[in-house]
Ligand binder design. Structure first.
Ligand code: ZN
Length: 68
């Protein structure tokens, strides 16, 4: 399982869990807040997205924590 985070231009942050083994379909992530296409992928792996920060509930700009 690969965990990544993607941020929309509007400030919404989505956490993506991509399986390395389960089959999925190419697709795209559309922001539920502003409707932009946040990310598109062509790999046929299962992906699940969850909105972790909605812009109206988000914190002001903070520097991201260091990568593990
Ligand atoms: Zn957005």
């Amino acid at each position: 399982m690969i965990l990544t985070e993607v941020q929309c231009e509007c400030g919404a942050v989505y956490r993506c869990a991509e399986s390395e083994t389960l089959d999925g379909e190419p697709g795209r992530l559309q922001c539920t807040n502003c409707g932009r296409i946040v990310e598109q992928w062509a790999s046929a792996h299962k992906r699940v997205y969850r909105c972790v920060i909605a812009p109206d509930r988000g914190y002001p700009e903070v520097s991201p924590p260091p990568a593990p």
